[in-house]
Design a protein. Structure first.
Length: 757
């Protein structure tokens, strides 16, 4: 029994509100989250702030203070982290240190309770039961592999072993925003504890559709639940099962036209309503065995995602064309890890292997409508100018169906060793290496039929692409680091590491291939399967990261400081572009870029009642080899655009946040225990939206506040977001010669009620 109690204590000391309630009621203090909340981590042999890496740790209390309610609200709270809030839950583009991705594979990884989320379509989910978030900046490829070249976000839910009772939360805000969650945590014995709960959220939307009587475009309804069960059958064995499901139904894509010449903005106006719905199921089984000298962990994950997106692809009142995309995805992952047990050893080590298989079927038909047919007619008339033969298109609509199976599989083996007390006490060296293998396939079937009359005779032209392609590659991901510990809480480090982002196939390119083939003269040869594969493929992206930093705990624990400087060299950088025809986005390898910058985080309690925090990140990310060439009539390649020296799009040059919280103590036996005031200012910019750097968002910031009244296990909080009603661009892109933007959300007020019973 004592052994089991010890394992329980080491498994999770505290969580969420329980941690907050255990703090002294008469003070606000800078708390070592990693000491108060012990998180099971299969791969790390030391606390994150004791490692040679740039990290940010957010407790549940800090998430509440900074109003972090989703992945996208982490922007600027973490230095050099930018997640633009636009589109829908499908769009979760994350940028760290000049590295990011709008479409296809992510460049920043996400783990939830040690289970990897492979596809960023699943990144935006409900945070009602989240205990802590860890953000690691810079490549994490040696331990975590593919798609972590920019960094890694680790999300942890509450443990039912130490948090007891029922947690009820209710919230309401302007613009018809409502949310509710109810979760019960129960420990049945020293061997078993579980939690179960559900949530619902509704948002009325912020932006109206001028073509649909100003009906809100970005409304959303979502609901789901989560279960977690932890079983300790013996003193050295733990089984941790997590299961979550979420369904969401929303609008989105509130893109209004921006005229760059006159700098005038037109409210969103689409004749077809855009929408996105998603069913998301995640499950994971963490198994941990503690041997005498090692810890063995096995993490098995399964994810099921089924979604549907419908977009008025011209984003205008014109009846041009639409895109309907449905994804059906199943992902199975397995990671087995062994690591040394305990601390204070001369040699700390971790080794393991992982594998995954992802099934992904995509149905993505494009439909050209009346104005779209007219656009194609105009293109044909231009191409046949001067010819006595005239072609008249006769279809009112032209569907371009597309069915794509893109399975991906991979396996990896890795090892990392840390030699402590190297030459002198406090000096350590870390050396790691990972071998990743990945295989990607595509099975495509896309076609279109264009009916016409020529010289009074009816005819039809068909373009059809049916075939298969595959590619595979090996990656070596080394890491080397030196660290010097002044003591257990203060250190300096320097590191070199390599990361990569997977390559793949652009299914969006088939609309471009189809339209191009339909424009060819009758009898023109179809592209060969090899030419199609070369057109739709994009290569992996690589980066080397050189970094120096320090983690400091000063002034008798009252001040925390985390500092880092980095230089990152990126090759074959993947950049999202619209296809030549304007019919959809595609990923291309842009050559090379480099980024360098600094990061600083400070947390301090100035008095027993007043604490402050500040975060600043600077990134200078520019292309060093990005030239677009085109083929002239003689078949020669000529330079079309040269972006060398331009800033990488979607990367803020500066990110900044500053916040303060003040605690008002209430006299004993009063109807209140305490009142807490939080204020924070989050800012980012300048952000360039295009490779040409001709459109950008200047440095901007939003002011947010929260006033909380607490009594026992209950609290009511009033909050405001974007209190100064700052007008800014949340997102911008160009399509078919037009510019479109989504605005940032306006000022919003609300109230939250929380209680535990």
């Amino acid at each position: 029994m004592k052994k089991n109690n010890l394992l329980i204590a080491l498994t999770l000391i505290s969580s969420g509100t329980a941690w907050a309630e255990n703090l002294p009621k008469d003070t606000l203090k800078v708390i070592d989250i990693e000491e108060v909340v012990v998180i099971a981590s299969p791969k790390e042999t030391r606390k994150l702030r004791q490692q040679p890496a740039a990290v940010s740790l957010l407790s549940q209390k800090e998430m509440q203070a900074n109003q972090v309610t989703s992945l996208k609200s982490l922007t600027s709270v973490v230095p050099n982290l930018f997640i633009p809030d636009y589109g829908s839950k499908l769009t979760s583009a994350i940028y760290i240190r000049g590295i990011g991705s709008r479409i296809n594979t992510p460049s920043v990884g996400l783990y939830v309770d040690n289970v990897p989320y492979i596809d960023k379509s699943a990144f935006d989910f409900n945070y009602s039961d989240i205990e802590r978030i860890d953000v690691l900046r810079g490549p994490q490829g040696t331990l975590y592999g593919r798609n972590t070249m920019g960094g890694l976000i680790k999300v942890h839910t509450k443990s039912p072993f130490t948090y007891q009772g029922t947690d009820l939360r209710l919230g309401a805000g302007t613009y018809n925003n409502y949310n509710a969650s109810l979760t019960h945590y129960h420990r049945t014995s020293d061997q078993f504890a579980f939690s179960t709960g559900g949530f619902y959220e509704h948002a009325g939307g912020f932006f109206g559709n001028a073509a649909k009587d100003n009906k809100k475009m970005d409304r959303i309804q979502a609901g789901g639940g989560r279960f977690r069960g932890i079983y300790l059958p013996t003193a050295n064995l733990k089984l941790d099962l997590t299961l979550s499901y979420e369904y969401s139904d929303q609008g989105g894509y509130a893109y209004g036209m921006l005229n760059r010449k006159t700098n005038t903005y037109t409210d969103p106006a689409c004749n077809d309503e855009s929408s996105y719905h998603r069913s998301l199921l995640n499950s994971g089984l963490n198994l941990e065995y503690q041997g005498k000298h090692f810890v063995m962990s096995s993490v098995t994950g399964f994810q099921y995602l089924k979604d549907g997106m419908f977009i008025d692809q011209d984003f205008s009142p014109a009846d041009t064309y639409t895109l309907a995309q449905k994804q059906h995805q199943k992902t199975l992952t397995e990671e087995v890890t062994f690591k040394s047990r305990g601390t204070g050893h001369r040699w700390d080590w971790v080794a393991g292997a992982s594998a995954f298989y992802q099934w992904l079927a995509t149905d993505a038909p494009v439909t050209f409508k009346k104005d779209g047919i007219g656009m194609i007619q105009a293109m044909m008339d231009k191409s046949m100018a001067g010819s006595p033969v005239k072609i008249k298109l006769t279809d009112e609509t032209m569907p371009v169906p597309g069915l794509f199976d893109t399975p991906t599989m991979g396996a990896a083996a890795f090892h990392q060793s840390t030699i402590n007390h190297l030459l002198v006490d406090g000096l350590s060296a870390t050396i790691g290496l990972r071998l990743d293998y990945e295989k990607i396939k595509i099975d495509y079937n896309s076609s279109a039929v264009m009916n016409y009359t020529m010289m009074g005779i009816a005819g039809a032209r068909t373009a059809e692409f049916i075939g298969k392609a595959n590619t595979d590659y090996l990656q070596l991901l080394p890491k080397f680091a030196l660290k010097y510990d002044f003591d257990q809480r203060n250190n300096v480090y320097a590191s070199v590491s390599r990361g990569y982002r997977s390559g793949g196939y652009n299914i969006q390119m088939f609309s471009d291939l189809i339209s191009g083939q339909l424009m060819q003269k009758p009898g023109s040869a179809m592209p060969t399967p090899e030419e199609v594969a070369a057109t739709i493929a994009y290569k992996p992206e690589y980066s080397w990261n050189y970094e120096a930093g320090s983690h400091l705990t000063l002034c008798q624990g009252k001040l925390w400081a985390d500092l880092a400087a980095f230089y990152m060299d990126t090759r074959d950088q993947q950049v999202a572009q619209f296809a030549k025809s304007g019919l959809g986005r595609t990923t291309v390898n842009a050559g090379k870029s480099r980024s360098y910058g600094v990061e600083a985080s400070l947390r301090a309690n100035l008095t027993d009642a007043l604490s402050i925090n500040a975060n600043y990140g600077y990134t200078n990310a520019t292309f060093t080899d990005y030239v677009i060439r085109q083929q002239d009539a003689q078949g020669n390649l000529t330079e079309k655009a040269n972006y060398n020296g331009n800033y990488v799009p979607f990367v803020p040059k500066h990110t900044f946040s500053v916040g303060a919280q003040y605690l008002f103590l209430i006299a004993p036996r009063h109807w209140l225990d305490r009142v807490q005031v939080n204020a924070n200012y989050n800012a980012a910019g300048r952000i360039y939206w295009t490779e040409a750097n001709n459109v950008s968002q200047a440095f901007y910031g939003t002011l947010n506040g929260r006033l909380s009244f607490e009594k026992g296990n209950g609290a009511i909080a009033f909050w405001v977001r974007n209190a100064l009603d700052k007008n800014y661009q949340a997102f911008y892109f160009e399509s078919m010669g037009n510019g479109f933007q989504q605005k940032g959300r306006p000022v919003q007020l609300g109230v939250d009620i929380r209680c535990r019973f």
